[in-house]
Design a protein around this ligand. Structure first.
Ligand code: HEC
Length: 167
């Protein structure tokens, strides 16, 4: 709560994700993966393993429902990063030459996500770049995203993060 903000809007820390309006199924899955330690990216391990350890299945469900019910903030950071235009092209079309599919195929035309596909619209810039780095180097394990991020460059990660955090 302290890190993500009382209503999941989180304005304090750039590497902590916004959870307000995130999908219930996705949130519940992440909490389970933090508890059973199958989500082992460095920040997840440091910050979320200890938190999730004592959560019961019912509590995970409640927390996921709580955050999912909050209204997501759009553009709340107010910071514009360079690369928004380029990032939008990657999000909508992918990068064919590097076999990167369009992100919108799973994350929705406006980054709104659905079910197990997380909402990315309005997410923190630093958090998105960090997660893409984890998927790229395999420290965060997800078969879909590991494949998708395999060929992504740091510049492309930053562009797509600039676009998504601007929504
Ligand atoms: C084939 C479906 C699919 C496509 C296409 C896809 N993603 Fe994902 N993405 C997922 C799934 C599923 C997850 C959740 C992974 C998990 O449960 O750990 C995810 C997670 C993420 C996350 C982590 C979100 C969070 O809250 O931690 C980011 C960031 C992300 N994707 C960015 C992208 C970008 C950028 C693209 C386009 C280059 C993309 N994704 C394309 C399916 C997809």
């Amino acid at each position: 709560m302290i890190c993500h903000g009382m209503t999941g809007h989180n304005t304090l820390y750039p590497i902590v994700p916004r959870l307000a309006g995130q999908h219930k199924g996705y949130l519940e899955l992440q909490l389970k993966q933090f508890k059973d330690r199958s989500r082992g990216d460095q920040n997840g391990e440091i910050y979320m393993w200890p938190v999730a350890q004592s959560l019961t299945a019912a509590e995970m469900k409640e927390l996921a429902s709580y955050f999912a019910a909050q209204k997501p903030v759009m553009q709340s950071s107010g910071i514009k990063h360079a690369g928004i235009k380029e990032g939008k092209v990657i999000f909508n079309q992918g990068v064919a030459a590097a076999q990167i599919p369009a992100c919108m195929e799973c994350h929705g035309s406006d980054g709104q996500g659905a079910g197990a596909f997380p909402r990315l619209a309005g997410q923190r810039y630093g958090y998105i770049v960090q997660q893409l780095t984890y998927f790229h180097n395999g420290t965060r394990v997800n078969s879909l995203m590991n494949q998708i991020a395999k060929n992504i460059t740091v510049a492309q990660m930053k562009d797509v993060a600039a676009y998504l955090s601007s929504l």
